[in-house]
Ligand binder design. Structure first.
Ligand code: M6R
Length: 440
């Protein structure tokens, strides 16, 4: 006997066997014929019969739903690609990563993962962050947050460099390694190098039981769920989220963070899954921009501070799946060389979410505008000034501006995705790349 109550439940109709499952992919290897139970429906099942009743015990005549898609498509849950599905799963992934760590009532962050060794965390001298690719970009945002909120010097290295640079790391230092898979060879080697030198290692990873999680001293998991597409999306935003939680937690215990600001940030984090959903809902604007530029072979991403860190992630995403040559620049650096490449109609994505840097950013955008580039501006709602110096704009819903990276990266992910689709590329398996880089 089975009853569907709130959570999904389906019946698979086999030959001399029947099945119960929470979703279709689980039974596709056995049968394609199913009953989709409605809430409150009761199923009575034997090997050869399936009867369905309502809550009052009246028989319900169910229609057989014949599944026409294959297991892989089923796992994509109706999306064309895993990457698209994973981009749209971000609100859920963020909610899951916040669960149990954000006390919504008292507006507090709890990190039981590091509480046991709080004395170490309170007294540590320096923080190092090491990771590869997208995870490294999350580390760059982490540096900014930790230095601002905890007032501790932070060094960030790509893991393949860290392990060979004879790093000055030792006791009382912390190495944070960030890795979706937890199996990246260089990241693992950085972890081992730091441990050898006496440092404590905190891993931020998405895979329970991975090598990184087993070898680190402490682990904070991102609960993003499996990430299948080679291009990392929901892993990145959940890694960012963990960086916010960690910096806020540490800032509070070390007394380096103003209480009012702390509460504003926690309250902002509480809203962040919903705000990401709002950005996703504005997908059409990105598709429009992608359509206009799909034949271009170069693109530039510019920003300052946190926006520069996000620009780096935007250019990597575009490169790896659309194969368009893309570069990210700290906007202030443009006139030191790269401005020579900005010519008529080159697409430039300009991020301007940071108030203190906004005027500076506007003047950098004007420099690009004067060379007749086509500019997509990304700023918070209400920053209308951006419209005067850019061709198209995406406005992000308001959150405390330090949280901007989690929102600002979403249109960049969508841009890369749509460019790649429109160019006919294999989005989930881009050429020359593997999901997990377990060799050096
Ligand atoms: O599994 P990891 O997070 O350690 O992987 C690190 C990089 O290989 C990964 O982020 C890579 O850069 C992605 N393909 C980017 O989308």
């Amino acid at each position: 006997m089975a009853v569907r109550k709130d959570s999904p439940l389906i019946v698979g109709l086999g030959d001399g066997e029947n099945f119960l499952a929470s979703d279709i992919p689980a039974i596709l290897n056995h049968t394609r014929r199913t009953y989709i139970l409605q809430d409150g429906e009761i199923a009575e099942i034997t090997a050869n019969t399936v009867k369905v009743y309502d809550m009052d015990g009246n028989p319900v005549a169910k229609e057989v739903y014949e599944v026409t898609w294959n297991a892989e498509e089923a796992e994509k849950g109706g999306y064309a690609h895993f990457m698209q599905k994973e981009i749209f799963e971000q609100p859920k992934a963020l909610r899951d990563t916040l669960a149990g760590r954000l006390d919504a009532e008292n507006l507090e962050v709890n990190l039981p993962e590091i509480e046991e060794n709080l004395e170490f965390y309170k007294s540590l001298n320096r923080i190092f962050i090491s990771a590869c690719g997208t995870a490294y970009h999350a580390g760059l945002v982490g540096k900014y947050l930790l230095e601002k909120l905890v007032r501790i010097p932070v060094e960030v290295d790509v893991a393949s460099e860290f392990r060979y640079r004879d790093p000055l790391i030792g006791r009382n230092d912390l190495l944070v390694v960030i890795s979706q898979s937890g199996e990246t060879a260089d990241t693992l080697a950085a972890l081992r190098e730091a441990k050898k030198r006496g440092a404590r290692v905190l891993a931020v990873t998405n895979v329970v039981g991975s090598s990184v999680s087993r070898e680190a001293d402490d682990v904070i998991y991102t609960w993003a769920g499996p990430e299948i597409a080679v291009a990392s999306t929901k892993a990145y935003t959940t890694q960012l989220l963990v960086m916010y939680l960690f910096a806020l937690y540490l800032g509070r215990v070390k007394g380096t963070i103003d209480e009012k600001f702390y509460k504003e940030m926690v309250s902002g984090l509480k809203e962040i899954p919903q705000k990401v959903q709002e950005v996703l809902d504005a997908e059409d604007k990105v598709i429009e921009f992608a359509r206009k530029h799909l034949t271009k072979e170069d693109a530039f991403f510019i920003g300052r501070g946190l926006d520069f860190a996000v620009s780096l992630e935007g250019q990597l995403k575009l490169k790896e799946i659309s194969y368009i040559h893309a570069e990210a620049y700290a906007a202030g650096e443009l006139k030191h060389g790269t401005l020579a490449l900005i010519v008529k109609d080159v697409p430039v994505i300009a991020l301007a979410t940071q108030e203190a840097l906004f005027e500076k950013m506007l003047s950098n955008i004007k420099e690009v505008n004067a060379r007749e580039a086509t500019i997509l501006g990304i700023a918070f709602a209400g920053k209308k000034e951006i419209a005067k110096v850019t061709d198209e704009q995406i406005y992000l819903p308001r959150v405390p501006e330090l949280l901007a990276p989690i929102l600002a990266v979403v249109p960049l992910q969508l841009l890369a995705y749509h460019m790649a689709v429109l160019r006919g590329n294999d989005v989930d398996k881009p050429r020359n790349l593997a999901k997990s880089v377990t060799v050096e």
